[in-house]
Design a protein around this ligand. Structure first.
Ligand code: GLN
Length: 446
């Protein structure tokens, strides 16, 4: 069914980079057999999933939408893939993204852009744009994405679906191609909040293969969806509904707050005073980590190797200049600069300090409130091509999602209205490991 839909619409949406029909059919057959032999149904039994192409899937292409890895087949499954398999979901294919997850529109994919199913002239968001578009277009039941600075929540917002970034460490990053290791988290993109709870339940949990994995008990997210938000204390940061936010987006958030108020929640305006420094700090830290993480792509160990090298240095240089796209190179240069001796204190160290201040802003608010609510993105989706020439405007779009990654806390985006016929997302942010409360709030609102 999933493949029928993909063949029907993916010519227009272009969410997929590769399909694995053979494997998927075999997996489905195996599952049926197990069931007939009296086996139990997994939590995601038979559900077709799409996987962002920076998550390793054994034996199949894992390209990160980069020319560098255009021929790279992963040699093992990421932990999340193993977990999906044991929950009996079936992976149907790999989804488009901005190259190495750097971007917010899918236009940085080195293969082709993905289109927003609501209007194919618009971007689906990014970097998990293929994941969001595939779910929105009904090509898969759910998808996995990764969120370093908003890459699950922002495309979910642009495509009118649900996207969740878990607490840093809740979901194993083993097998996720690293962009910025201290920020990256894998999470679900789904049609509704209940599905998000099911997928999160299946993929969360401690993993010895990831040294930053949290060794905590995983609550029952599904039974947390009680619908009850009576007495819930909501904080609305004034920085999230002020300058730079489309007034119609603000309007949708205000109506959402009324709905929650009607259900017995209360809300007040608060301040997260360091919000305006988040974008600068993030782009320094994320690029610094990226410059170090992407050093492994040397033309020797992974992916494509230049045929035109006469010596080792040339092999590195040419493989990297031919393999990486413009945005990836920009970040590697920025990161290498920020980490170089003489500049380290002024940039990297300073950004780390700002990161602490941002985290403290959240701690202070969470001392008195249960969740923080605002928009996911300042505007709805923009047209393909509209912002490609201006990376800085593109970076500024991330102002409302980035602080959450810097603080390592969980957040979800749920659809809360339409502006000019395009979806707008409501962002619900929780305390560290507060996924159950975030899901409960989102479910009650939805
Ligand atoms: N748009 C942000 C960036 O380009 C977020 C990316 C992400 O979360 N992977 O870095």
């Amino acid at each position: 069914q999933s493949y029928r839909r993909i063949h029907e619409v993916d010519g227009k949406v272009r969410a997929f980079l590769s399909l694995d029909e053979e494997n998927a059919k075999n997996a489905a057959k195996q599952m049926d057999e197990q069931l007939q032999q009296g086996g139990e149904r997994g939590l995601l039994f038979g559900l077709p999933a799409g996987i962002k192409d920076n998550i390793a899937t054994e034996g199949t292409l894992t390209t990160c939408a980069s020319q560098f890895l255009s021929n790279y087949k992963a040699i093992y499954d990421a932990t999340v893939i193993k977990k999906l398999k044991s929950a009996q979901s079936v992976t149907v294919g790999k989804l488009n993204m901005d190259e190495f997850a750097m971007g917010g529109s899918n236009e940085n994919s080195s293969f082709h852009p993905t289109h927003n199913p609501w209007n194919v002239e618009y971007v689906p968001g990014g970097s998990s744009g293929g994941s969001a578009a595939a779910v929105a277009a009904g090509e898969v039941y759910f998808a996995l994405g990764s969120d370093t600075g908003g890459s699950i929540r922002q495309p979910a917002s642009y495509c009118g679906i649900v996207g969740m970034k878990p607490t840093y460490g809740l979901v194993s990053r083993f097998g996720l191609v690293a962009f910025a290791s201290s920020l990256d988290q894998i999470g679900p993109l789904t049609k509704n909040v209940e599905d998000a709870a099911f997928v999160l339940q299946s993929i969360a949990g401690h993993d010895p293969m990831d040294s930053t994995s949290a060794n905590v008990e995983i609550p029952d997210y599904i039974s947390a969806l009680s619908g009850d938000v009576k007495g819930l204390r909501i904080a609305v940061p004034k920085e999230y509904i002020g300058k730079g936010v489309d007034p119609r987006v603000k309007e949708s958030v205000m109506s959402a707050l009324k709905v929650l108020e009607g259900l017995g929640a209360t809300w007040e305006e608060v301040s997260l005073p360091h919000t305006e420094y988040a974008v600068a700090a993030y782009y320094l830290l994320a690029s610094s980590e990226a410059s170090s993480n992407l050093a492994r792509f040397d033309g020797v160990r992974y992916g494509v190797r230049t045929p035109n090298a006469n010596n080792l240095i040339e092999l590195y240089r040419k493989s990297r200049s031919e393999g990486f796209g413009a945005e990836v190179k920009r970040r590697i240069m920025l990161g290498t600069y920020a980490l170089s001796s003489g500049y380290y204190d002024a940039y990297y160290l300073k950004a780390q300090k700002v990161r602490t201040l941002i985290k403290q802003d959240f701690d202070q608010v969470f001392a008195n409130y249960d969740v923080i609510i605002g928009p996911t993105a300042p505007t709805p989706a923009f047209k393909i091509g509209e912002q490609v020439d201006n990376p800085l405007t593109m970076y500024l779009n991330d102002i409302l999602t980035i602080p959450v990654n810097l603080a390592g806390i969980p957040a979800i985006s749920v659809p809360c209205g339409l502006v000019d016929g395009l979806p707008v997302g409501l962002q619900i942010i929780g305390k560290a490991l507060g996924e159950a409360t975030v899901l409960r709030t989102a479910h009650a609102f939805e």
